[in-house]
Design a protein. Structure first.
Length: 378
């Protein structure tokens, strides 16, 4: 029986959303694709579960499986009905949009009105990670093109096992203790068990596996088809940082109820979640000077968070592995690619690269300084 909350506003299916695959999904405009995905997400709000640690390690040890996480490797915005997430198996989903400030980046860094966000713990606390929470943010923004764009961000690979100085809440159940970033440091203090299994497996697929690229957002515009959606010369930042809005960390939560904070009534349509900062280029001169970090946008909810079986199993957020990011950048700007490669090939830089490195520099800035003299967008 179809769930009473399902109202398919897309002209593609009359069957229950949990039972039907869409016909003509690729040809739908951005808003209708978002409507379809939301109908799937809300069809069954029972939710999923964390995969058992040994099973996670079994899947992670298969390079072919990991490569399917890459952009272009899996079909559209979902995986097969039998799919299980090897990490982040219990999360909460919401509709959202991004309000961009003036910025020099292309494509959907200029307009992203129809997005699905998902927040989840990496694993059962005390399993693959420490007893701490390990928040992850995944963002999918829909467009008229046949391929949506995606972003992912973490605080640390082992979550709140490592927190900034002065934050002594390693066992917090809040998702907003610290900023999140598309880059994750490979610290010396990460447990050997985690480095020798999970990290090692991902490094086989991509030697820069702690870094997720941002180019998906730059390559495509929200509107346009037949090649008009593609950006002729994409421009994208080295990394992104998501700073939680003030007050969200005070929303109550229950440690053993893994999405209790997200499903609290405090999170509703219009709730601003994160300020979005772009890290324009690698900080090659560190510790001298400061990184090039500028606020470029804000992520805001268009619905409450919900638990979802579909979201915890089939909803797919394609990763841009950094090896692919460097390859694409090399076609656009070889000198820029060489700077990025020099930085990311440094073991010392990679020990600190990520949200903790940039946190002291997150502040509201005059975006005119960023955009002054920039080249026109393609």
């Amino acid at each position: 029986m179809c769930h009473k909350r399902i109202i398919l506003t897309v002209a593609i299916a009359t069957m229950c959303a949990a039972q039907a695959q869409p016909v003509g999904y690729d040809g739908l405009p951005a808003d209708k694709k978002a409507d379809y995905l939301w109908s799937q997400i809300t069809a069954d709000e029972a939710g999923g579960a964390f995969m058992a640690p040994l099973k996670t390690l079994l899947y992670a040890g298969n390079p072919a499986y990991l490569r399917k996480m890459a952009a272009g490797a899996a079909s559209r915005d979902w995986r097969e009905p039998t799919h299980k997430k090897i990490t982040h198996g219990k999360g909460a989903q919401a509709r959202a949009h991004i309000t961009w400030s003036a910025n020099p980046y292309s494509g959907m860094f200029q307009q992203a009105d129809h997005c699905i966000v998902r927040m989840a713990n990496a694993a059962m606390p005390g399993a693959l990670t420490s007893p701490a929470y390990g928040p992850n943010l995944a963002i999918k923004c829909l467009n008229d093109a046949s391929v949506a764009v995606n972003l992912q961000a973490l605080w640390q690979l082992d979550g709140y096992a490592e927190l900034p100085a002065g934050v002594a809440k390693a066992k917090s159940c809040s998702y907003f203790e610290a900023p999140l970033s598309s880059h994750t440091p490979l610290r010396d203090s990460i447990s050997a068990a985690l480095k020798d299994t999970f990290v090692k497996d991902f490094q086989v697929v991509d030697p820069h596996s702690m870094l997720v690229g941002t180019s998906q957002f730059a390559n495509l515009k929200q509107h346009g088809r037949g090649g008009k959606e593609r950006v002729a010369k994409p421009h994208f930042p080295f990394g992104l940082v998501f700073a939680p809005k003030a007050g969200l960390n005070d929303v109550p939560c229950v440690f053993k109820e893994f999405i209790s904070q997200l499903t609290h009534p405090s999170f509703d349509n219009g709730t601003a979640l994160f300020d979005i900062y772009a890290v324009a280029e690698p900080w090659l001169e560190q510790p001298k000077g400061a990184p090039n970090v500028t606020k470029i946008g804000e992520l805001t909810l268009d619905s409450p968070f919900v638990s979802s079986t579909y979201g915890d199993t089939r909803l797919f957020f394609a990763h841009t592995f950094f090896a692919a990011e460097l390859k694409e950048l090399g076609k656009l700007d070889e000198a820029r690619m060489e700077r990025w490669a020099r930085y990311t090939n440094s073991t010392d830089f990679m020990k600190t690269e990520g949200a903790m490195l940039y946190q002291p520099f997150l502040k509201t800035e005059d975006v005119a300084a960023l955009t002054a003299g920039r080249r026109p967008l393609p």
